[in-house]
Design a protein around this ligand. Structure first.
Ligand SMILES: [Zn+2]
Length: 292
């Protein structure tokens, strides 16, 4: 009988070992699964954060300084879209000759606008100034000089504050009308311009509703299809500005060039003669946009 008990005991021990080892393996699997889960969740968490950060960056463009490379990619994408849209637009009303419109945004400034006016006079060319109401209030005499020298003046909003003006169309048109009132106050009640340039351009679906309303109100919404890149960096070199101008205007018959006459843009003034001479050498007639 003893051996029977021994066999049963042995079977029992074997069964116990199998059972225990199964449990151990099972719990090991569980632990592994759990750690994978945590890892997965963590990676998801970081991934989601990265993605939302990325979306936030693109939306607000606030963190450009922290992501220099990304900024360059975004800007070049943005401008290539602009060029695409504007080429379509300008192709519709191509005139027989080659026309170039120099447009100066965000002024009038204390110094650079005056320097630019001198250069335009030297070459006997007319340009268009998309002024800000707030800047015109600060430099009313310069605004008068632009007008007296026969250049065109366009509305570029009063404040240029994206956050406020693009919240809704009421804000946008209140700001634009505020600029209009400032211009009339300085240049006289008879002054009127239909030229309107949206701060940052009128591109994109977000602004399309406001743009349609502006067109319905009789504004001539003007974007651009070439630029000198003076808004792409804080202090771009003269070489950079010339390079960007050459890249963006080539092979275009009618060009509207975006330039800024704010005081911070020193090299913009320096390269203006070269830009004018290049345009003249290439057979462009340099004109001001029609205010009416
Ligand atoms: Zn602007």
């Amino acid at each position: 009988m003893k051996w029977v008990i021994k066999v049963i005991l042995l079977i029992f021990i074997i069964l116990l070992v199998i059972l225990l080892s199964g449990r151990i393996i099972n719990s090991q699997n569980k632990a592994l699964a759990q750690s994978i889960d945590i890892e997965f969740l963590l990676s998801r968490y970081y991934y989601d954060n990265l993605v939302s950060e990325e979306i936030e960056n693109e939306k607000s463009k606030k963190n450009y300084d922290n992501a220099k490379k990304k900024q360059d990619i975004l800007i070049s994408d943005y401008y290539s879209k602009i060029e695409e849209e504007n080429t379509k637009h300008t192709n519709e009303d191509i005139e027989s000759g080659k026309s170039a419109y120099l447009t100066f945004d965000d002024g009038p400034s204390k110094h650079n606008t005056l320097e630019i006016l001198k250069i335009l006079d030297e070459y006997d060319v007319k340009a268009t100034f998309f002024v800000l109401g707030v800047m015109a209030e600060n430099n009313p005499e310069t605004l008068k000089l632009i007008h007296e020298n026969g250049h065109s003046i366009g509305n570029h909003s009063y404040s240029h504050k994206y956050g406020c003006i693009y919240k809704n169309s009421e804000n946008f048109f209140a700001d634009v009308e505020n600029c209009e009132a400032v211009l009339k106050n300085i240049l006289g009640e008879d002054f009127h311009t239909k030229l309107l340039r949206f701060p940052g351009g009128s591109y994109g679906n977000k602004k399309s509703e406001i743009k349609n309303q502006a067109l319905a109100k009789g504004y001539n919404v003007v974007d651009w299809n070439a630029l000198n890149g003076d808004a792409e960096k804080s202090n771009p070199s003269a070489d950079y500005l010339i390079k960007r101008f050459k890249e963006t205007h080539k092979n275009k018959k009618n060009i509207i060039i975006l330039i800024h006459d704010t005081d911070a843009k020193e090299n913009t003034v320096k390269v203006l003669p070269e830009i004018i001479e290049t345009l003249m050498d290439e057979g462009y007639t340099i004109k001001a946009l029609d205010e009416n």
